[in-house]
Ligand binder design. Structure first.
Ligand code: 5GP
Ligand code: ZN
Length: 137
């Protein structure tokens, strides 16, 4: 993936402020933080999207995100943490190399997700969608 910006960060072709790395994962500061301290966890090997990423790597990434969340609370004094992962342009994903956002949250940080809950027309509509999901599992 020669054009992938996160592969370039892994290969040190472009700089990043690294927080943690081992043989499998790299953790670095997001250049455009939602909240200062916003951190990204990526596999060193290129995978995308989540459905094409091996289970073992997903486990490793999430265990790493948990450690980063603890570091944000203990080291930055975060009151909470958002852990997010986008898949596909429709979800808001911009960089197509799987990554977990670990975002420190502070009681007074002023950030609000644009999250407006909707309603199903009726129980059948919800149950029909659940049925389509069950068929795939
Ligand atoms: P996505 O929308 O794909 O889930 O998130 C991509 C994230 O990568 C964004 O939060 C963006 O700020 C961050 N990002 C994009 N390019 C770079 C870069 O070159 N360096 C760093 N450190 N972060 C980047
Ligand atoms: Zn990549």
């Amino acid at each position: 993936m020669s054009e992938c910006i996160f592969c370039k960060i892994v290969n040190k072709e472009i700089p990043a402020t690294v927080v943690y790395e081992d043989d499998e994962v790299l953790v670095f500061m997001d250049i455009g933080p939602i909240i200062k301290g916003h951190t990204l966890v990526i596999p060193k090997k290129h995978y995308d999207p989540v459905t094409e990423t091996p289970d073992e790597m997903l486990a490793k990434m999430h265990i790493t995100a948990k450690k980063i969340a603890a570091a944000q609370m203990n080291g930055l004094g975060a009151d909470g943490v958002n852990i997010m992962q986008n898949n596909g342009r429709a979800s808001g994903q911009e960089v197509e190399h799987i990554h977990i956002h670990v975002i420190p949250r502070f009681a007074d940080d002023g950030h609000h997700w644009n999250w407006h809950p909707k309603k199903y027309d009726d129980f059948d509509e919800m149950n029909n969608l659940a049925g389509k999901l069950r068929e795939q599992l």
